[in-house]
Design a protein around this ligand. Structure first.
Ligand code: ADP
Length: 372
């Protein structure tokens, strides 16, 4: 096997990949994805959408039913994880409970039969990189969850993988530690300089960490792009709603002109929409638009004239949640279950809106984002 061990880089390509466990249904289907070398990529989606299946196929714990998987440009289907130079870090960390931190980290080098001097040198170097030298002689039960995660990471990274795969690495930690370890993962990825692929169902985790976010739904990729692209320019209603922070409303295009049109809904009269170059629309076409919650301005209905360039919908306030630096105002508007404005704290208390008040939710026409 050793002769097949690759020296190549950690860029990954999945081409036409599908996986069926039972020959009837597909856990994932039609997966085409390119992940650059050294990227921090998050696979994001609800439980059961196929994230772990993709991770296991890249790792070499499963092979696709059809399709190609290339790492560093070479087809790795059929190769084991060692030959692929991938390593997996599990949610449970799977540390050896009776071995010290040092021996846990050195384990795979010992299995390889590396000389003690070389093994010790590499182990010290890795423990220093992930900052666990000070607990080198403790056993896992004497470490906090966050420290155990670092040991697990060191143990995986010492095999010098070109790709490190992390399956829900933060989900076992409490909220405070999760945020701390999230920052640590990002730091460690930069220190190690290898491709990380991290599976999560938590939107904020993905957008905080990833250079590349892959949003999945029922075995298919809905959108792949930078965190900013996914958040600021979601492709469709599913991505916009899954990432959150947006209001999505549906309607039909009317009065299509060179620089704008209207969107007419069944539960609201109409709002103005922008027309951007390259976007083809037809009169009467059904579309969704997304407006960020933090770009909504609440006005009293009937207030003299709307500011230029704005549009909006009228509704009633059904809930107010104080969030500290902003106030979350929930409305019954545009026929959506949830229509929400994030109002800066200071602004909210200048006008003091209450549950039951009728309001006009206004936004800049240019700020509406057209979905497919
Ligand atoms: P996720 O990681 O997004 O929660 P998975 O990749 O684990 O999703 O699962 C995707 C689908 O494949 C699910 O319907 C799941 O039940 C099915 N599945 C996963 N692993 C197996 C397996 N070993 N045998 C049969 N079905 C499986």
């Amino acid at each position: 096997m050793e002769s097949r061990v690759s020296k190549g880089k950690g860029d990954i390509e999945l081409a036409g990949v599908a996986k069926s466990y039972d020959e009837r249904t597909y856990a994932v289907d039609g997966i085409n994805l390119k992940i650059p070398d050294g990227a921090y990529c998050c696979l994001l989606g609800p439980s059961g959408c196929g994230k772990s299946t993709i991770l296991r196929m890249i790792a070499g714990h499963e092979d696709p039913t059809v399709g190609e998987i290339l790492i560093g440009g070479e087809d790795v289907v059929g190769l084991d994880p060692v030959a692929r130079r991938t390593a997996m870090m599990f949610q449970s960390y799977a540390l050896f409970p009776h071995l010290s931190v040092r021996d846990n980290v050195a384990f795979s080098l010992r299995v390889k039969g590396m000389s003690k001097a070389e093994r010790d040198r590499r182990t010290e170097e890795m423990m220093e990189k992930v900052q666990i030298l000070e607990f080198a002689d403790r056993i896992p039960s004497q470490l906090s969850g966050g420290q155990q995660q670092r040991v697990a990471l060191a143990r995986a990274a010492i095999t010098e993988p070109r790709v490190l795969l992390l399956d829900e690495p933060l989900s076992a930690l409490d909220e405070h530690l999760r945020l701390k370890m999230r920052a640590e993962l990002s730091r460690m990825q930069r220190a190690l300089g290898i491709t990380f692929i991290h599976v999560t169902h938590t939107q904020l985790e993905a957008i905080a960490l990833a250079d590349m976010v892959v949003v999945m739904d029922k075995g298919v990729i809905r959108q792949a792009g930078s965190a900013r692209e996914i958040y600021a320019a979601p492709k469709d209603r599913y991505v916009a709603e899954f990432i959150g922070g947006q209001n999505v409303i549906s309607g039909r295009v009317r009065g299509l002109g060179a620089s704008g049109a209207r969107l007419e809904g069944s539960a609201f009269p109409s709002v103005d929409i922008p027309i951007h170059a390259g976007r083809r629309l037809e009169d009467g076409q059904s579309i969704d638009i997304a407006i960020r919650r933090d770009e909504i301005n609440l006005l009293r209905p009937g207030q003299a004239g709307l500011p230029g360039g704005t549009t909006g919908v009228e509704g009633a306030i059904v809930g107010v949640e104080y969030q500290g630096n902003f106030v979350k105002v929930l409305m019954n508007a545009a026929g959506e279950d949830e229509f929400v404005a994030y109002v800066p704290e200071r602004r909210f208390f200048e006008d003091d809106f209450h549950v039951g008040d009728r309001v006009f939710a206004a936004w800049q026409v240019e700020h509406a984002h057209l979905l497919v």
